[in-house]
Design a protein around this ligand. Sequence first.
Ligand code: MLT
Ligand code: MN
Ligand code: ZN
Length: 360
Amino acid sequence: MTVTDYALVEVLVGVTVGVFHHSPCCRHADGGLNDAAKPRRTHENEILKIMKILVLGSAAGGGFPQWNCNCPNCAGVRSGGIKAKARTQSSIAVSSNGTDWVLINASPDILQQIRSNPALQPARAIRDTGIAAVMVMDAQIDHITGLLMLREGRKKLNLYCTESVWDDLNHGLPLAKVLSHYCGVERHPIEGLSSDQTRFAPIEIPGIEGIRFHPMPLKSKAPPYSPHRNNPGPGDNNGLMIESKATGKKLFYAPGLGEIEPHVLEAMQQADCVLVDGTVWTGDEMITLGLTQKTAADMGHLQLSGPGGMIEVLDGIGTRRKVLIHINNTNPILNEDASERTVLAQHGIEVAYDGMEINL
Ligand code: MLT
Ligand code: MN
Ligand code: ZN
């Protein structure tokens, strides 16, 4: 019996006798227990009146600190010299009952994220998962390589993605082919593009009864390895409106937003909460630090500051909850004492952290 199996049996026994306890694995790096991670005493299949959105990872590709980086943020969080939280690579999970979850983007840090969020492991059987399906917004490495970590699944992995992402998963970086030798992938298409190319058909996922998903194409970049890198089309990058059927409340999720197109602005104005691209503060911050020659725009991300930046965009969408995600390790907002953080607070903008829970 592996250590993992032992832990599972322990949880199963706890459930059977109605005793819940928190193992150390339920704790976050800062020692706190995620709210959604707390064992629930509700009936398993009860549709909650709230939709739960769990931020599993809030950093951009590379995470924070990034393994090979000694920029002021990465060095500072490693040494404890700055007030900042370490972060895993961006991914969220959504549920209408607290037991069955849709993973939106599969980060390479998924195993650590599952350990930190025991709600994703309901322990109904000797091998089990709370992840009913995975939906990916693009084929970026930080959003798809976690699929490989889910290969021990006992059923085919339910994967929702567009045709161009599916193409990348079969050619550019053929994870779908690789996974066919393990759990296999049951692909569910994101399709039905509207004639104005601003919406795909809404999606309902079996087992996730209380939620409707509205994917939409975004202007951004296909991954560097993709055959579509220099020939972008609708479906390479997508945003997602996530709607609670019980309350009608909506969350707009877009970790990679290169440009605020009219349909994106409309979606942001319709949402009760936006969880959007907070990758960099300035378009050239990675160049200034001597880390790369690429601007944020080259990478398909809109900077936060300055004219036309995300702060200005968020100022223009009225009163609603505004949260930044996919934060690059160079971004000064990771330092909780930074003046940039004060600026965000003045604009009513929050910074997502791993374990953050949004209830709508
Ligand atoms: C991005 O969001 O630009 C990419 O995730 C970068 C990367 O793959 O590291
Ligand atoms: Mn990314
Ligand atoms: Zn760094």
